[in-house]
Design a protein. Structure first.
Length: 343
């Protein structure tokens, strides 16, 4: 009795390999947006991972072009894939190839995929998500923080309920960075307000002289009282401004921390996500928790140990200071304000 071993059935599929030009020595500053954004646009808009694969690459020879867009090379292949779905597939034979220049937007990626590749099933929500994400990145680079946050909000809203090929984790990281920059702006204003208030408060020696003058010359008492009363009202107004600005600072930090922590859930193997979460927690004075996230980042990427060593030690020393201050019965609000202004 003979046994026959049947060869594994393999399906024939057509796929696209897309290569997006990276800057080299000659065109270092040429591109308006990073190649990674164009690559991610192709990945996000593709109907499936089997349909298209996108990569960045350095092109040593490419067509001359005007503008600040990338050169994109699209190679269509016919390849055989295992019907068992084991992920092992042959490189495939080239069916056709094309090169498109000056690709600098999601809309151009969309046109390439629909008009040139003939991939008609493009999710409009994916286009909206990537368009807002890339515009948000550009706004953040230009210092338009509020605009960037609004665009990241739109990107995440468009990604809600969509499949996982959209870069939700990366969008959260970028929005967290934007909130951290907003918080830094609030802290700069806060320090200025505190300095103005401290400059306006008369020293104890001046108050003592005014009191002695009022005692010796009672007729001057009303004008001295009015002066001190006016100063007190101005100081109260400044203090209200300080409290408001400090609340805005903490509000921005809470938003940044929320996004950073959520990014670690989506990108659990990404050291940058854990580093960002640790940074946000440190800004919120959650120093023990911050070091826990830094340690997880180190587990993922041991090469950052030297860079993190000083940061984690600073967290440890600051935590000891906080513990001593709290033991000395400093109020929570006063302690937080003092630390945030001095940091």
């Amino acid at each position: 009795m003979h046994s026959h071993v049947h060869p594994r059935k393999r399906a024939i599929v057509q796929t696209w390999d897309v290569y997006v030009s990276l800057p080299n020595g000659r065109n270092k500053d040429k591109y308006a947006i990073p190649a990674s954004d164009i690559v991610q646009s192709f990945i996000s808009l593709a109907p499936s991972s089997e349909t298209l694969r996108a990569h960045s690459a350095i092109f040593h020879k490419q067509s001359k072009q005007k503008g600040k867009g990338h050169t994109v090379r699209c190679i269509r292949r016919m390849r055989s894939a295992s019907s068992e779905g084991d992920g092992r597939d042959a490189p495939g034979d080239v069916i056709s190839a094309m090169e498109i220049t000056n690709v600098d937007s999601v809309d151009k990626v969309y046109r390439i995929m629909t008009e040139h590749m003939k991939l008609g099933r493009i999710n409009p929500k994916a286009c909206e998500c990537m368009r807002s994400f890339i515009d948000g990145n550009r706004s953040l680079e230009e210092g338009e923080i509020s605009l960037a946050i609004g665009l990241y909000d739109k990107a995440l809203a468009a990604a809600r309920g969509q499949e996982s090929r959209l870069p939700k984790g990366s969008i959260l990281i970028k929005r967290a960075r934007a909130y951290l920059r907003r918080a830094a702006n609030h802290r700069a204003t806060l320090r200025t307000l505190v300095k103005d208030m401290s400059d306006a408060v008369p020293p104890a020696s001046t108050v003592k002289i005014l009191y002695q003058t009022a005692s010796i010359h009672p007729a001057l008492s009303p004008s001295i009282f009015n002066r001190l009363s006016g100063d007190s009202k101005a100081q109260q107004a400044k203090f209200r401004q300080i409290r408001y600005r400090h609340d805005m600072y903490e509000f921005a930090l809470l938003h940044a921390a929320r996004d950073g922590l959520q990014a670690t859930q989506i990108l659990s193997g990404n050291a940058k996500a854990w580093l960002l979460a640790g940074e946000c927690l440190a800004e919120l004075r959650k120093l023990k928790e911050s070091n826990q996230y830094y340690r997880r980042a180190l587990e993922i990427d041991p090469s950052i140990e030297r860079a993190l060593e000083g940061v984690m030690e600073k967290n440890r020393v600051s935590q000891e200071f906080l513990d001593v201050a709290r033991a000395s019965e400093f109020s929570g609000d006063t302690l937080r304000l003092a630390i945030d202004v001095a940091a």
